[in-house]
Design a binder for this molecule. Structure first.
Ligand code: EPZ
Length: 421
């Protein structure tokens, strides 16, 4: 298992090109299976989750050609015939569950493994299943698999997501566009990843009203065609590197290929820290302030502060002057990074779903353990500001969601070595 050995204390200076978004690519990769001809997705990041999903598509019979050097993914769905997504792949990557909507939407049948845990347990999928049942799809559970069956034209219906869910919105869109007469999703997710999916489906020939709002109305069509698109840039990667540029003293980072409009409420909150931010088209520049101000945040569904940025924010707050609070209202337990940061010397503690942080505290290198994608990148941020050397273990978590992370950071002054231990 690989680890990062990171020598802290060097400022980051230079330019980083932002990669395509993992969370935006996965839904449109699934949507390509709805077409009656091949699709091409440019700006697809070279990430473990993409490779895993490509294998899931191959298992069902699609032809998938990933031209990695060009970040271009070509998918030919015309050979899909095996309408099952197996546990050993779905358990590796939760978004494989999108296969349920794509296969039942296109073929009227799907057998897909539950994504680990149970339908109603941690990271549940109950809304996916209840929404499909409301659509008129027959849902049954069989030894850890979901079996979905649907006739050609399902009657007009609607469903309200409580709470709003990105994954459930994606799965219901995939199931509805070819299968239903008319289906309304209330309290739909509005993340840019969902907007990109809706635009992709409409370009394929789907009929969707309310794109970008929390009410999506899908009127079924007879067929969809394959298309070519450019995948969105990764808004979470942008936020992560903005935080790096603000919390590592004397840093001056320029991020290219961004879409600032996708940052929601992150950008105005970020500016409150005193970081010097300039936005110029698709370029965002960040200079570290002499002194970071402590700013509390609470995550919300889009366009609120993204839960995928709360670990990185808490890490930055250890370097801010004063007390701050980080509350996650989307995932109450997404704080596995807290004990690891305290091992580096951070002064923080958890009360329910809020981390209380007292800054500014000097951090001292140590060995720390990655536990999930965003927690892991937070440990890398902390290691780059810590005195001496930090070992971040199990960086396979990072390889799921950050393309060439150490190369990008080393190119602007970081000292990160990947070691296969
Ligand atoms: C997506 O996960 C993202 N993953 C997550 O990013 C992100 O954290 C999350 O949305 C929230 O923004 C991808 O896009 C691949 P949800 P998803 O369904 O769709 C509850 C990362 O780091 N819920 O919007 O699984 C759920 O428990 C990953 O890149 C139900 O109760 O998230 C949570 O509290 C991590 N029942 C809330 O909704 C359901 O059926 C939001 O979850 C589904 C969800």
């Amino acid at each position: 298992m690989d680890k990062f050995v990171i020598k802290g204390g060097t400022p980051l200076k230079g330019t980083i090109a932002i990669s395509g978004s993992k969370n935006a690519a996965l839904p449109i990769i699934a949507a390509s299976l709805l077409g009656n001809s091949p699709s091409t997705i440019r700006n697809t990041p070279r990430l473990q989750d993409i490779y895993t999903f490509n294998n899931v598509l191959r298992v069902v019979g699609a032809k998938v050609d990933f031209q990695e050097e060009q970040n271009t993914l070509e998918i030919d769905p015309t050979g899909v015939s095996h309408l099952e997504a197996p546990y050993d792949l779905v358990r590796k990557m939760r978004a494989s569950f999108y296969m349920l909507g794509a296969l039942v939407g296109k073929h009227g049948y799907a057998k897909v493994s539950l994504p680990g845990g149970c339908a109603w347990g941690p990271r549940p999928v109950d809304l996916h299943l209840k929404g499909m049942e409301a659509m008129g799809i027959d849902i049954s559970l069989d030894k850890g698999y979901v079996i979905a069956k649907a006739d050609k034209e399902l009657a007009e219906s609607s469903f309200t997501l409580k709470p709003s869910s990105v994954g459930a919105t994606v799965n219901l869109l995939l199931a509805a566009v070819l299968r239903t007469k008319k289906f309304t999703i209330n309290n739909a997710a509005k993340e840019p990843d969902v907007v990109q999916l809706c635009n992709f489906l409409v370009k394929m020939g789907a009929n969707i009203e309310g794109i970008g709002t929390d009410t999506l109305i899908i009127s079924g069509v007879d067929e969809l065609k394959g298309i070519e698109v450019d995948n969105d840039p990764d808004r979470i990667e942008v936020g992560t590197f903005m935080i790096a540029g603000a919390m590592i003293p004397d840093s001056d980072l320029t991020l290219t290929g961004c879409n600032p409009d996708h940052l929601g409420s992150f950008l105005p909150v970020f500016k409150k820290t005193g970081a010097d931010v300039k936005v110029d088209g698709t370029t965002i520049s960040v200079k570290a302030p002499k002194q970071l101000k402590a700013v509390s945040i609470k995550t919300e569904i889009y366009p609120g502060f993204p839960t995928d940025m709360q670990a990185q924010w808490a890490t930055m707050m250890t370097q801010a002057e004063g007390a701050s609070k980080v509350t996650d209202t989307v995932y109450f337990d997404r704080f596995s990074y807290v004990p690891e940061l305290t091992r580096l010397g951070a002064d923080m503690h958890l009360e329910k779903n809020t981390a209380h942080i007292q800054g500014k505290t000097p951090l001292e290198g140590a060995s720390v353990m990655s536990t999930d994608l965003r927690a892991s990148v937070s440990l890398v941020l902390a290691a780059m500001v810590a005195e001496n050397t930090t070992e971040v273990l199990r960086v396979y978590h990072l390889d799921r969601g950050y393309e060439s992370l150490e190369h990008k950071l080393n190119a602007v002054g970081a000292e990160i070595t990947r070691v296969d231990e």
